[in-house]
Design a protein around this ligand. Structure first.
Ligand code: FES
Length: 83
């Protein structure tokens, strides 16, 4: 059984520092290694979002998993209702 609505891990963004490389962001909201995928999506309809960092960077990552700019925060978390 699948659920198309991601779990809201937290209603905030998270600033991280990344070295150059390829990363996989969690889109399901169930990873215990936020904002990265830890495989907890297995059995759901969600897949991790691959993104590439080309130089050492500070990134503002989405934790609510409803951003339109995944894996990055776009402020959508401030519009989500409590459930
Ligand atoms: S654990 Fe959430 S997408 Fe993999």
């Amino acid at each position: 059984m699948t659920n198309d609505s991601p779990h809201i891990y937290a209603k905030k963004g998270l600033t991280i520092t990344c070295d150059p490389g390829v990363y996989y962001a969690c889109t399901c909201g169930k990873s215990n290694d936020q904002p990265f995928c830890d495989g907890s999506h297995e059995g759901s309809s969600f897949l991790p979002k691959k993104f590439k960092v080309t130089e050492p960077s500070q990134l503002y990552m989405c934790l609510c998993k409803h951003s339109k700019k995944m894996p990055f925060c776009d402020g959508t978390h401030s519009q989500l209702l409590d459930s």
